[in-house]
Design a protein around this ligand. Structure first.
Ligand SMILES: Cc1cc2nc3c(=O)[nH]c(=O)nc-3n(C[C@H](O)[C@H](O)[C@H](O)COP(=O)(O)O)c2cc1C
Length: 186
């Protein structure tokens, strides 16, 4: 199984990266081939609504010549996609949202031409406060997945996130239960 973690934290050594490293180590133990992509380090703009992916001009492709061109391949080649993000202002980070909005070009019609259909997505979130602050972000991703016929396999939210505690194993039980859920082992 090929798993790609799209990490939307600006911090390579922050809380979300700690959570991502815990999840990746456990995924490797379970036999997965794992790759992490740091979205903030990419040249990645948001959708500009040129609509060329929706017209005959550039069907199912994006006109913006940035790093997203490679990320589409990562998205399409993975059996499981984990969107990892800190919560910023009750939302996913701007680079995570830029990445997700750009996925729009993979679909012309949810039931028809839709390269997102049937993909498996999971969310791994960290936040400074209690998990309630993530409810809008989780709700938006649930709606996104429902509309584009994506399987949202599960969500792991780490409240009061602390890198040291995450690396010391504080989330290990929740991380194992999350992986059981998203890999379909429970
Ligand atoms: C600009 C900004 C906005 C934030 N907004 C929230 C928020 O709305 N709710 C919350 O619980 N934590 C918020 N936080 C805290 C982060 O979500 C939390 O510290 C997170 O674990 C940081 O992950 P990182 O180390 O990977 O960047 C915010 C942090 C920043 C820098």
């Amino acid at each position: 199984m090929r798993v790609t973690v799209f990490n939307g934290s600006p911090l390579a050594s922050g809380n979300t990266s700690a959570l991502s490293s815990v999840l990746m180590a456990k995924l490797v133990e379970r036999g997965a081939v794992v790759e992490e992509i740091m979205l903030f380090q990419k040249n990645l703009l948001g959708c500009n609504h040129c609509n060329r992916c929706r017209t005959g001009d550039l069907p199912m492709r994006c006109s913006i010549p940035d790093d997203m061109i490679h990320l589409y391949n990562k998205f399409l080649d993975s059996d499981l996609l984990i969107f990892a993000s800190p919560i910023y202002m009750w939302n996913l980070t701007p680079c995570t949202l830029a990445f997700i909005t750009r996925l729009h070009s993979l679909c012309r019609n949810p039931e028809g031409h839709n390269l997102m259909k049937g993909r498996n997505v999971a969310l791994a979130l960290t936040m400074g406060d209690e998990t309630d602050v993530a409810k809008h972000a989780v709700g938006a991703i649930s709606e996104f997945c429902e509309y584009f016929l994506i399987n949202l396999r599960g969500e792991l939210s780490v409240p009061f996130a602390d890198r040291g505690k995450i690396l010391a194993g504080e989330c290990d039980g929740d991380a194992d239960a999350f992986l059981d859920r998203i890999l379909g082992q429970s």
